[in-house]
Design a protein around this ligand. Structure first.
Ligand SMILES: *Cc1c(COP(=O)(O)O)cnc(C)c1O
Length: 520
């Protein structure tokens, strides 16, 4: 069957195009006046190249065609569904693009006098307030550049908490469920903690008996996402909060899955102390491709040291925007003496923050609730359609509804005929669909983690399901065929281990050109 985009053959590199002497621009002769005044400038010979730089020479139309073809070889949310579980690849509303691109914003400089950027500071101040409201927290910092960066800001805040209380010597451990995203243990380890894993129970919740045996005197905090990466709401969350607080440990919310509960439930009300938000997931800013993200951190303003007047938010790193009642001005406040310091320059990545601001403003509270409703509904519709499809199972939380995402397993197919989750993903790509996240979370064998978000239509979900069924039919009738996928994409199957190792990747054209010339 035919999906949303069929990749063409490999597009040539720009260095393989063009011809000697072709050009797309005519550099104008300098005006007589300039020529007369400047005269002929001799560049010192030691600064000149001894060979031509070997740049491609193309006419204007060749350049336009090349980049248009490249843009069409890509697949993104503007082409069709990108159901990458955990990534919340929702549509990026163009109105946010337009506003963030306004020259009155793009021409600002972070070192400008605060009085000249009041409009921008007001927007960011409001965003801090809205995010605090959405998460049920008291204050927010917008400083971190991504979710993982927010996690680091959060665990450093936990570290400062125990330092200020003089108990960091014994508070050495952070507890993390086995279903967590890899950035959680990485952040905890970077902040100097030992990571202790707690298993999930068959119903998808944290195994409470195991947790009780783990949490103790040395527990500094626990990091968890709710809904979990299985798309299941953690039903024991208030018990978990109580247990942690009884041991003077803090509860950290990984907000990557906020899209499953936004407008319905708030981490602050569940007992969380610190939460990050992925603006590029929940709030419609673009992500992927290495572009800048934003991972604001929202914090409960609980008292840490009464005598010194220290509150939890004083310990967080980064700048924040405050409103000065006396002058009526918005101001940027630097980290105070108890803070974990700075994680990057200035207030944060402004463009994604503005995308998030516009998303929230244009949706309104009811719109945000609706987004969650649609995201949850479409996930459960997909899950229902995938029940009892040969080759796939839906592990954990049997009989439970999902929130924003669902994790399938291709384990039966793998065990019965040797066709793996990776083969299924290639079969999707081959037909012009985007593959889901695979092999995550780690607790699900042959995992296919699917998240359509509120952007997707039921028709597109049905089409996706049809392809998953078709893959299963083909696989069971001819198990060797999936191993040949993908055949219709510009790049065939790569060695995923080598492709992830810098030693084997040649990202520069030089090597390619040398290969073309037969020099290597
Ligand atoms: C995406 C994600 C993160 C990390 O966020 P980034 O913005 O990619 O750094 C952390 N936890 C979960 C569950 C995620 O899905």
């Amino acid at each position: 069957m035919k999906g949303f985009r069929q990749a063409s053959n490999r597009e040539p590199l720009i260095f393989e195009l063009g011809g000697k002497g072709r050009t797309g621009i005519a550099i104008p002769e300098p005006e007589e006046e300039v020529k007369r005044r400047v005269g002929r400038v001799e560049i010192p010979s030691e600064m000149r190249r001894d060979r031509e730089p070997g740049l491609p020479e193309l006419s204007e139309v060749e350049v336009v065609r090349h980049f248009t073809n490249l843009s069409q070889a890509a697949f993104g949310v503007d082409n069709g569904p990108v159901p990458l579980g955990s990534c919340t690849m929702k549509y990026n509303p163009r109105i946010a693009w337009e506003i963030a691109g306004d020259p009155r914003i793009t021409n600002l400089h972070p070192l400008q006098d605060e009085r000249t950027v009041q409009g921008l500071l007001e927007m960011l101040f409001e965003l801090q307030k809205w995010l605090a409201n959405i998460t049920g927290m008291d204050t927010c910092i917008l400083h971190p550049a991504a979710g993982a960066h927010g996690e680091l800001a959060g665990v450093l805040t936990i570290r400062r908490y125990h330092e200020v209380k003089g108990q960091i010597d014994r508070k050495t451990e952070i507890v993390i469920p086995d279903s967590a995203h890899g950035t959680n243990p990485a952040s905890a380890a970077m902040a100097g903690f030992r990571v202790v894993e707690v298993p999930s129970a068959e119903d998808g919740n944290v195994d409470m008996e195991a947790l009780k045996s783990i949490v103790g005197d040395s527990t500094a905090g626990l990091m968890i996402t709710n809904p979990s990466t299985l798309g299941l709401f953690e039903e024991h969350i208030t018990d978990i909060a109580r247990l942690l607080h009884e041991h003077d440990a803090l509860l950290y919310y990984d907000g990557a899955n906020l899209n499953g509960i936004m407008g319905y439930a708030r981490p602050g009300d569940m007992g969380f102390d610190i939460a990050h938000i992925n603006i590029h997931k929940t709030f419609g800013a673009p992500h992927g491709g290495g572009g800048p993200g934003a991972g604001p951190v929202c914090i409960k303003d609980r008292v840490v040291d009464k005598e010194k007047g220290v509150r939890l938010s004083d310990l967080a790193p980064g700048y924040r925007v405050i409103y000065d009642e006396d002058t009526g001005l918005y101001r940027v406040k630097g980290p105070g003496e108890h803070s974990a310091g700075l994680l990057k320059a200035f207030l944060g990545n402004i463009t994604p923050l503005i995308w998030g601001y516009v998303y929230i403003l244009s949706m309104g509270p009811q719109g945000l609730r609706k987004a969650t409703e649609h995201a949850v509904l479409i996930t459960n519709y997909f899950m229902k359609l995938m029940e009892n499809v040969k080759g796939y199972t839906i592990p954990y939380g049997k009989g439970r509804f999902r929130k924003h995402e669902v994790v399938l397993s291709a384990q039966p197919m793998a065990e019965e005929i040797g066709v793996t989750a990776e083969d299924v993903a290639k079969g999707l790509l081959d037909a012009g669909f985007y593959a889901p996240t695979i092999y995550f979370p780690l607790i699900v064998k042959e995992a296919l983690m699917v998240e359509f978000t509120e952007s997707e239509t039921p028709e597109n979900v049905e089409k996706y399901v049809e392809r998953l069924k078709e893959i299963s039919r083909i696989a069971y009738s001819n198990p060797s065929e999936p191993k040949t996928w993908p055949r219709n994409t510009s790049v065939g199957r790569v060695d995923v281990v080598k492709a992830n190792h810098p030693k084997h990747v040649t990202p520069t054209w030089r090597i390619h050109v040398k290969r073309l010339r037969g020099e290597i």
